[in-house]
Design a protein around this ligand. Structure first.
Ligand SMILES: [Zn+2]
Length: 91
């Protein structure tokens, strides 16, 4: 969608509802698309390198890093890698 075709152009607060629709549930059930190899699979099928404060989620097909989640002292950080798209079924 291009900005000139949008029904409304507003600030990011307006996206709170639609963002919570996809990120409120179990993220591992989302279907991810790898930008490295085009693999389409549930995130639960990815390979994860894990320690107490970090999870590096890698594509099972090509091993590229899909996303890294870091538990920092003051915040949670998500660093996007080759995860091109996620999809979740609507309730
Ligand atoms: Zn891949």
């Amino acid at each position: 969608m291009r900005a000139e075709n949008a029904a409304a152009v507003v600030d990011g607060n307006a996206a709170a509802g639609i963002l919570s629709e996809i990120f409120a549930g179990d993220a591992t059930t989302m279907i991810g698309v790898c930008g490295g190899c085009g693999s389409v699979a549930p995130l639960a099928e990815a390979v994860v390198e894990l320690d107490d404060d970090c999870a590096i989620v890698r594509c099972r097909g090509c091993t590229h890093t899909l996303v890294t989640v870091i538990r920092a002292p003051a915040q949670m950080r998500v660093v996007l890698g080759t995860l091109r798209e996620v999809a979740a079924p609507r309730p």
